[in-house]
Design a protein around this ligand. Structure first.
Ligand code: UDP
Ligand code: MG
Length: 334
């Protein structure tokens, strides 16, 4: 069959945009003062992409004018969608909600406070086009307080270790993900997800590119020390049983030290005969042994609870992307 030429180019265009489409997901919590500038800069960048795009703003229970501003935007802009959450659920839950609504082949997340310049989006997309499943921004010149930067360095080391994918900057939310990664993350439906780590754990090819980082334009950071600590703890317990295993190891260590101590007591008695405080020390040795045993028992129980936790979390142990087979096989089954 011969297609009329105009028809062919139309079809080709349609499939090109479908494979190229990009969704931007931005969580919003009381960012009214930043939204107009954000939209201005973001939309300017998106219009130059030459791809099909949509923007999903997730209002994470804002109490300022954010939601009103966003809703006004949806009336003017058909490509903008606003997901209104019932209350403040936190940045990562908000992004998860945005992921669920997104339809693009590539999903880019960014903060709404313009610390992540939207002008970097084309470079992220380039790296995705080069064949990466996940592309992370790396804030080489980070504009945060010294304490935040130091905490972040440790955070990245620990995260790299437990996720098994080394990255310089897990905290940077200017990131791009391919559709199959987004779908897997959504499917996990985790209660305390740390999205960059979860996504990296499902990716085959991960890249990191240096991106600019600015100071917040208006408003202030939504994270205090406690919030950051909570996020880190979530991450560690979400990815490993290391804390309980540490308790078991501690128990074994205490029992070992105690055995050495008991040996020393015995030797002392044999060499120098019974001492006045001998009974007391023996009691100590016995006590220590039981303390070590208790730690070990606690760790073992923790290990079992941890395994149950891993099971109920329903995180996929593997993800099949495609099953490749010859046409003959497929026909035989069909
Ligand atoms: N955010 C959110 N819910 C929250 C906290 C933050 O949606 O409970 C959003 C916030 O509006 C911003 C992004 O997450 O778009 C990053 O927050 P923030 O700039 O406060 O974090 P920081 O840059 O200090 O790490
Ligand atoms: Mg910020």
């Amino acid at each position: 069959m011969v297609w009329p030429s105009s028809r062919v180019s139309l079809l080709r265009e349609a499939s090109a945009t479908a494979a190229n489409s990009v969704s931007i997901v931005a969580p919003i919590y009381n960012e009214a003062a930043n939204l107009p500038v954000l939209w201005e800069r973001l939309s300017a960048v998106l219009k130059t992409l030459g791809r099909d795009w949509e923007v999903i703003f997730v209002d994470d229970g804002s109490s300022d004018a954010s939601l009103r501003i966003l809703r006004e935007l949806t009336e003017r802009e058909p490509r903008v969608k606003v997901v209104e959450l019932a209350r403040n659920f936190g940045q990562h839950s908000a992004i998860l909600a945005g992921f669920r609504q997104s339809r693009g082949e590539v999903v880019v997340t960014l903060d709404a406070d313009l610390q992540n310049p939207p002008e970097e989006i084309p470079r992220l997309l380039e790296a995705i086009d080069a064949g990466n499943d996940v592309v992370g921004g790396w804030r080489a010149n980070r504009q945060d307080r010294a304490f935040r930067r130091l905490a972040s360095r440790w955070h990245n080391r620990v995260t790299s270790l437990i996720v098994g994918v080394p990255m310089h900057d897990y905290g940077c939310m200017l990131r791009a993900y391919r559709r199959h990664i987004v779908d897997t993350v959504v499917q996990c439906d985790e209660k305390a997800a740390f999205i960059p780590a979860l996504a990296a754990s499902f990716a085959k090819r991960v890249a990191e590119i240096p991106v600019a980082h600015d100071q917040r334009i208006a408003g202030e950071s939504k994270y205090n020390f406690l919030g950051l600590a909570k996020l880190s703890l979530n991450l560690i317990t979400g990815f490993s049983l290391a804390p309980v295993q540490f308790v078991s190891l501690l128990g074994i260590l205490i029992a070992l030290i105690d055995t050495a101590f008991a040996g020393f007591l015995l030797l002392h008695r044999l060499l120098y005969g019974p001492q006045q405080e001998g009974a007391l020390w023996t009691l100590f040795a016995v006590l220590f042994f039981f303390v070590g045993f208790l730690f070990l028992a606690l760790g073992l129980i923790g290990e079992y609870v941890g395994r149950i936790y891993q099971e109920v979390r329903h995180r996929p142990t593997y993800v099949v992307r495609t099953v490749h087979e010859s046409d003959a096989d497929r026909a035989g089954r069909g």
